[in-house]
Design a protein around this ligand. Structure first.
Ligand code: SF4
Ligand code: SF4
Length: 177
């Protein structure tokens, strides 16, 4: 029969020889390959003691950002929620009261801000949509949890530490971003 492509491979169906039948040369060949791997560099790492370097474009857990004075940057405009293809973001806006200028950068802020990590596909569109540089995806994994509710991150988990009161934690959370 005429083959449809030129990728056809003719299979060698010649009868097995004595050495083929006792399998010892094939086993020795296989063990030889295994032996050569002993001296090769291990491709595995002892996670979590050691970690691999992240790609420069890695997108991990979200962080709600503060400005250099420690004020929350988010103005609860909702653009991130609109841009999110997974509908993972919900928020409630509130008016900043007199005397709260040191807490919130804009006149409106997110009183409640939640991201459902079970919905999130870590696409980064929320970060791109934000006009206030208020949200970014860090190099941290979302930790495992036993309940679905535990994957809904609120402001208490998302908000970056205050650079004025917790400079070390702030620098650690900020990373290279
Ligand atoms: S990373 Fe993508 S899916 Fe996740 S919250 Fe942001 S926009 Fe939604
Ligand atoms: S994170 Fe940015 S885009 Fe989302 S509500 Fe806050 S200011 Fe708007």
């Amino acid at each position: 029969m005429q083959p449809l492509t030129n990728r056809v491979k003719v299979v060698d169906r010649k009868p097995m020889t004595f050495w083929d039948k006792i399998y010892i040369p094939a086993i020795a060949k296989g063990m030889g390959i295994t032996f050569t791997h002993i001296f090769k560099k291990k491709p595995t790492v002892n996670y979590p003691e050691k970690t691999r370097p992240f790609s420069p474009v890695f997108r991990g857990l979200h962080v709600l950002n503060r400005d250099e004075e420690g004020r929350e940057r988010c103005t609860a405009c909702g653009l991130c929620a609109v841009a999110c293809p997974a509908e993972a973001i919900t928020m409630e806006a509130a008016e900043r009261l007199p005397g709260e200028e040191n807490l919130y950068r804009e006149e409106k802020y997110a009183a409640k801000y939640e991201i459902n990590m079970l919905r999130c596909i870590f696409c980064g569109l929320c970060e791109e949509a934000c006009p206030k540089d208020a949200i970014y995806l860090s190099e941290t994994f979302a930790p495992a949890n036993y309940t679905r509710k535990g994957f809904i991150y609120g402001k208490d988990e998302l908000l970056i530490p205050d650079p004025k009161t917790q400079p070390e934690d702030y620098a650690k959370a900020k990373g290279d971003k």
